[in-house]
Design a protein around this ligand. Sequence first.
Ligand code: ANZ
Ligand code: ZN
Length: 803
Amino acid sequence: MKQYDPKAIETKWQNYWDEHETYKAHEDFEKEKFYALVEFPYPSAQGLHVGHPRSYTAIDIICRKRRYEGQNVLFPMGWDAFGLPTENYAIKHKIHPAKVTEDNVKNFKRQLKSIGFSFDWSKEINTTDPEYYKWTQWIFLQFFKRGLAYKAEMPINWCTSCKVGLANEEVVGGKCERCGSDVVRKVKSQWMLKITEYAQRLIDDLDDVDYIERVKTQQKHWIGRSEGAEINFGIEDSEDIITVFTTRPDTIFGATYMVMSPEHPYIKKYEDRIENLEEVYAYQEESKKKSDFERTELVKEKTGVPLKGLHAINPITNKEIPIWISDYVLMGYGTGAIMAVPAHDTRDWEFATKFDLPIIPVIEGGDITKEAYTDTETGIMINSEFLNGLEVKDAIEKMAEEVEKREIGHKKINYKLRDWVFSRQRYWGEPIPIIHCKKCGQVPVPEKDLPVILPEVENYEPTHDGESPLSEMTDWVNTTCPHCGGPAKRETDTMPQWAGSSWYFLRYLDPHNNEEIADPEKIKYWMPVDWYNGGMEHTTLHLLYSRFWHKFLYDIDVVPMNEPYAKRTSQGMILGPNHEKMSKSRGNVINPDDIIEEYGADTLRCYEMFLGDFEKSAPWSDNGVKGCRRFMERVWNLQNILNDSEEYSKELESNIHKTIKKVSSDYENLKPNTAIAALMSLTNDFNSLGKISRKDLKTLLILLNPVAPHITEEIWEINNLGGVLSDAKWPTYSEEKTIDDVIEMPVQFNGKVRFTIEISKDATKEEANAKACENEAYETYTEGKKIVKEIFVPGKIYNIVVK
Ligand code: ANZ
Ligand code: ZN
């Protein structure tokens, strides 16, 4: 027999699958379909990371299994290729980003093919291809036409190093998610997408999808629904009101002062009444420099200044209270002003203590200042006139109603979710298809003129004032207004990184359609995605964004269902051998190419599935890789003990049925590690038995094939097990045969279990007695005694009563 030579085998089968289009999805809309999706990679210069194959192999396993079960499987792959790393690389090495992308894609594709994934490559897409981004631009225009894309002066998160505006999601701990540099606030005119309009639906519809629980919780938390009331406070000697948002209207009797955000427009409005304007202006300047994160999460000590000369009136107590400004109140949330209840809100309490403001407790037991303080969500109302004696829960409701009755406010729901900053002043992104005309304003590029192609530029760096490099391309920028024919200018901002991935699963269905996003028949058949696996880090970005786009496309009748993904799962991270996150700087990065070179792709796949629970992070281990390689060899060597029988070997028949059952359910439940363990143990059993029948081998190979597709196809072919393995059917098991013939039966004396016997499940009392007598303990319990009764339940228990 030949030696196991993964290199030769693996290329051979990869070429075979390519030539025979083995994994192409069928356009047979009568068949049961299975649309499996994994997050398409960003083709970086570093190439594939070992994290990619973890997600891809797990889903590849499901796809292969489902094909054997007769389903029509779509498992596509493509490239999410716009974005900063490529652009920065292009600037540094003076190569066009399109060229950088092309090279990186080539390398990624070679790598993915070398791992033997069963992707349908005929569906390949690339978000930077004009044929693709034409439709990204088209969707943008639909948003624009319905008022969901708008331009606004926005205080945005500005990365001082990347020179780009960042979405809140891209700011991690006050730093740029990409480069780790400081993020400051900067006011800029930006394109925005109104995701907030979909906030409630994005929460509600989570009830109808099968996502792992932590994804649902994180999305809900991110959207941050908050129920409360808006209440109007009067301003002394003025008709104006200051509206606050509060989740705790019940505490209004304890509202001893107000706080406005330093950006609140009333500061300007009441300039001539504010006595300490200098101080106020200075404070405004200070807070401008801070990001929201610094203002809320990082603060060590509260800061603020009073608006001297201005007072508010608590509309319930009618008492005059001071107004302060402080940066702990954000302009972008609620109304930008709060009623401060220092006895029951920690931030207010810190502020009041520092500036010596009055503190009135209104919930018994809920007073922060007291030692006994536990929480403020339960307790009995005090110092609150008509609320006194009520439970907090009831007081909230009562006060909210009172506020509406007295017409000083109304119930209100707020969301933490902000509209999505949808423009970048960078080159490598989809041009935003809008034309600015002096006469007509913002005019959409006519759909027939799409795509607006990204022009060639000399220089990809943002201009000094942070504008897009496209703004310096006069020829391209100057155009005519599609509406009035007058001179006009093109929008020079491009779309953010997340645009292309917000709808890519639809384009896979029909990647070269020139007339529409995809043929509605195909959308109807294939959508929704049946199973989507990807990283937890995309829960509040990509996953939320794409659900939003899909709901919008549903509203405008492009898709017939309002959720894109029926099921979402998530893999854990692969850490370096030293248990740290893999990174270049830590020098602990494993390159999948090296593993394939040394051990083969089947070993890589097997190891990535075997290294731990799929959902948990786990460190890389060279020994683990070697163990998987030895397993491949053991499987290969089964050929040495192969006999001619077309029946299961009797000795292991029950074991085989059990393994089919376990492996089938483990794969489906994303427990490939325990499925592999079962296959390893079955392989060992055949070796111990010293023989394997053709039927045994066939079953073992099909079960292992999703994990190790190359070696299994090869063994199948060498031994003429019938056609090619990829045409085989998934093995079935009979439940009866999975039940153990031999059981452990407890033996009791006077109702107490003393030992157990191994016995056939249909053994008789006599057989049980014979077995029990063999046990030394039998004597101990019967010596000098008389057996008065024996209770025997076949397959269950043997109880001996002695006296
Ligand atoms: C009075 C009060 C009493 C409050 C109390 C809380 C506890 P969430 O759950 O985050 O929605 N708030 C409102 N707008 C704000 C803004 N722009 N910047 C900072 N804080 C703001 O919390 C809502 C609560 O956060 C509101 O309810 C308000 O303080 C504060 F015992 O009003 B509360
Ligand atoms: Zn015009």
